[in-house]
Design a protein around this ligand. Structure first.
Ligand code: NAD
Length: 326
């Protein structure tokens, strides 16, 4: 199939591009590079079935041109603001990059007759509901602007599917970890420890406890849901049953970096306003399709730390390796 990935230069989008190409699809990735990096796609530069275009989805003219010229079979809509804490100070960021991008994509699909959308949704739509959370849990009262913008996106995907004969797959991700991360707890801890190897400042009390899914497991689940779920509107939680505390992540990062840093907690039960300190999915629906995460939450975190550290060492080049060896 001929597919578009929005947010294709981001963390998850770039892994999804790899997996779609492996399955013989032809892929166009677009991204405005506000958070993503072209380096995430550098390995695909000469791939005959891949093209990257820098594009802001909120540029209506460019978007219409792209859809009119390319005639996609399906859109994987991943572009969004992934910096949840930032939108507490500036909610427009989520109105624009998380919600308005979805609306713009749906409009372009309607105009040009693209029939399939796969949407990157999130546990944040459930707000502070206690788990295990099934896909039908409610009432849905998000506590972050990000969660609100994703929920509004889901609502418009549902109404566009009903009005214009689209098919939609809404996949609600948990916390996702792995190489090429542009943000997130592991990325933040590593960056902080590179600045100060003696003390790691952690937001909250360290007891926030959530499921972490490795990006390769996530991408396999997205593709399986897309290939196998046959309703007009398909909604799936995707995740892993085990969970990892923030304290455990901090300890693992310190260990993998070979440091003896002490951990200093800012206090309070959550990392930032809008953070949901605990959640837990019910996963029967996706398990019934034949998918299960290969890695537990702890295993995913450990592997992601190693992958991110390896890629940082590679980026730093041979000089850094010589210094480390010395
Ligand atoms: N990483 C996670 O833990 C997680 C969890 C739940 C849901 N999600 C969702 O998965 C998707 C991918 O997340 P990610 O972790 O790869 O984040 P990411 O920030 O790496 O990727 C999002 C990409 O969207 C791009 N983008 C933002 N606004 C845009 C615009 N107006 N036009 C074009 N491009 C734009 C950014 O530059 C970025 O590359 C997002 O929709 C995110 O909300 C991620």
């Amino acid at each position: 199939m001929y597919v578009l990935i929005t947010g294709g230069a981001g963390f998850i989008g770039s892994h999804l591009a790899d997996a779609l190409l492996e399955r013989r699809h032809t892929v166009v990735a677009v991204d405005n590079l506000s958070l993503g990096r072209e380096a995430n796609l550098a390995h695909l530069n000469n791939h005959p079935r891949f093209r990257f275009q820098r594009l802001d989805l909120l540029d209506g003219l460019q978007l219409q041109r792209l859809f009119a010229a390319e005639r996609f079979d399906a859109v994987f809509h991943l572009a969004a603001n992934s910096d949840i804490a930032r939108s507490h100070h500036d909610p427009d960021v989520d109105r624009d990059n998380t919600f308005a991008t979805t609306y713009a994509v749906l409009r372009a699909m309607k105009e040009q007759g693209t029939r399939q959308i796969v949407f990157a949704s999130t546990s944040a739509i459930y707000g502070e509901l206690h788990g295990p959370l099934s896909e039908d849990a409610g009432p849905l009262q998000p506590v972050s602007h990000y969660g609100a913008a994703k929920l509004a996106s889901e609502a418009f995907i549902s109404s566009f599917a009903a009005n214009y004969d689209l098919r939609a797959w809404i996949v609600r991700f948990p916390n996702v970890v792995g190489s090429r991360a542009t943000h997130g707890v592991i990325h933040d801890f590593i960056t902080k420890l590179q600045r100060n190897p003696d003390v790691l400042d952690v937001l909250g009390d360290g007891r926030q406890n959530k499921p972490y899914l490795h990006v390769r497991d996530l991408v396999a689940a997205i593709l399986l849901v897309w290939e196998k779920a046959g309703d007009r509107l398909n909604v799936f939680n995707v995740g892993v049953e085990s969970r990892t505390s923030v304290q455990r992540i901090a300890e693992m990062v310190i260990e993998e970096m070979g440091l003896a840093a002490s951990i200093r907690y800012s206090g309070g039960t959550r990392g930032w306003i809008g953070d949901v300190p605990e959640f837990h999915y019910r996963l029967n629906r996706v398990h019934a399709l034949g998918w299960r995460a290969r890695l537990s939450s702890d295993e995913a975190v450990r592997l992601a730390i190693r992958e991110i550290l390896d890629s940082k060492r590679r980026d730093a080049g041979p000089e850094h390796e010589k210094r480390e060896a010395a």
